[in-house]
Design a protein around this ligand. Structure first.
Ligand SMILES: *Cc1c(COP(=O)(O)O)cnc(C)c1O
Length: 427
């Protein structure tokens, strides 16, 4: 059952009404359910256990960019999660949240010298290297520090994930990763670099995948490479399949995480048996959306209703700066009135106050609402707050985490003076 549900006609997060949250914390506010986060992470952790994997043979590295609030990272870290980061800032967040840097893997195409030094000084688990130029830089930086950098190469298996082009990342034309046909050469080069230790292979073919077939196809292609590398004496300790299982926004029916992992582990077990290399290989996952996406909603209030000749608008106090996904990917988010109402509904576009026509959160929704009503924008836990901005000098939303009937403020609402605190006038 969803942890966001109606009780006596009022939308609740667990046992707490969203009306109470709006009264106490105002809006717009991101509301997360702790129980949902725990349940979603456990889907991965339990599937690993049920397939006889411990941390040394399967590690879940939560993708920090999907929701990087310290309370979220801390909760996942306490459940044993590792972390997939894409910047030095995210590493500092993981550490501030009590996460273990030795369970951190570092992805991204543009790692700076400074970020490499930071990550090496904290002895992270692995750098997911995305080009040979990056390999050379990392070798140099590690050498200067008297260290060896553990690396995976991010390989493009050239599998079509059949998702939105902006979130599809494993095709030849994407900026990410190293071409499959060039991977062997790149590995050979990596193996000769004195300050590089080759430990793994990784890929990430895209996000919001509903079917696991493309992921299993990508796995086959990685396995082929691991075998060819082994023939040349380059032995890998881990294989990282990336993020990817999607969530239900509307009518989407994603494959169950447990089923996907069971199929994936079965393939790996069969391969390890057939190739007579009984040695286990550590499998890594980098899920983000499937852990936080449906664990959060964006709570907002209707400021005005505007009834036009062609369209009706519900102008709310949340905007594209708070939740960018609709403007950026034309993403669909459910919209639920916090208080259910029996009056007949009208069709509305739900829009924010930002001065852009792209500033909409939902289009053509039947809603029975009045000025001052509260709405919940559903499935907003992933790529919501982390993609928010201060455009139009709008303070970013507050964030709260519900735990049963308790609510914890996990990020204060910004004030206007916070927004220009770093700026200065000319002398
Ligand atoms: C964004 C990202 C992820 C997380 O993807 P989800 O679809 O949110 O699970 C994992 N790995 C990498 C390299 C990413 O860039």
């Amino acid at each position: 059952m969803s942890h966001f549900h109606y009780k006596n006609g009022v939308l609740h997060a667990e046992n707490t009404s969203l009306t109470d949250i709006a009264q106490q914390f105002g809006s717009p506010t991101y509301v997360y359910s702790k129980a949902a986060l725990v349940e979603n992470f456990s889907a991965y952790a339990n599937a690993c256990k049920e397939n006889r994997r411990d941390e040394t043979t399967a590690l879940v590295c939560y993708s920090v960019k999907s929701n990087s609030n310290l309370a979220v990272l801390n909760l996942l870290s306490r459940m044993g999660s590792g972390f997939d980061i894409v910047s030095g800032g995210e590493l500092l967040r993981v550490i501030a949240a009590g996460g273990d840097p030795r369970k951190v893997i570092f992805s991204g195409v543009g790692k700076t010298h400074e970020e490499m030094r930071l990550a090496l000084s904290h002895d992270i688990l692995c750098f997911n290297v995305e080009s040979t130029a990056e390999l050379d830089r990392l070798n140099e930086v590690a050498g200067d520090m008297g260290k060896q950098a553990p690396i995976s190469l991010r390989v493009n298996p050239n599998v079509d994930p059949k998702t939105h082009p902006y979130i599809s990342t494993g095709l030849k034309e994407n900026k990410f990763g190293i071409d499959y046909d060039e991977a062997l050469t790149a590995y050979r080069e990596a193996a000769t670099l004195p300050n590089i230790r080759v430990v793994g292979i990784d890929c990430h073919i895209g996000s919001q995948l509903l079917d696991d077939a493309p992921l299993l196809e990508a796995l086959d292609r990685l396995i082929e490479l691991v075998d060819r590398l082994a023939q040349e004496g380059i032995r890998l300790h881990h294989l990282d399949i990336g993020g990817g299982i999607g969530i239900t926004y509307d009518k989407d029916k994603p494959v169950a995480v447990a089923d996907y992992l069971t199929r994936l582990f079965a393939k790996i077990d069969k391969w390890r048996l057939m190739s007579h290399k009984g040695a286990p290989i550590q499998v890594m996952f980098e899920p983000g959306r499937s852990i936080v996406g449906n664990a959060g909603v964006l709570l907002t209030e209707v400021e005005y209703l505007k009834h036009g000749a062609v369209k009706n608008f519900a102008i709310v106090n949340a905007a594209m700066n708070d939740l960018m996904r609709p403007a950026m990917y034309e993403a669909w988010h459910g919209v639920q009135p916090v208080v259910q109402c029996a009056t007949p509904s009208k069709i509305y576009d739900v829009v924010g106050p930002v001065c852009e026509s792209g500033d909409w959160l939902a289009r053509e929704r039947a809603l029975a609402i009045q000025q001052g009503d509260l709405l919940a924008i559903m499935s907003a836990g992933a790529y919501g707050m982390t993609m928010s901005s201060n455009y139009n000098t709008r303070s970013r939303a507050a964030e709260v985490m519900v735990d049963g009937d308790k609510v914890h403020l996990i990020r204060k609402r910004e004030t206007a003076s916070d927004l220009f605190a770093l700026e200065s006038l000319l002398p």
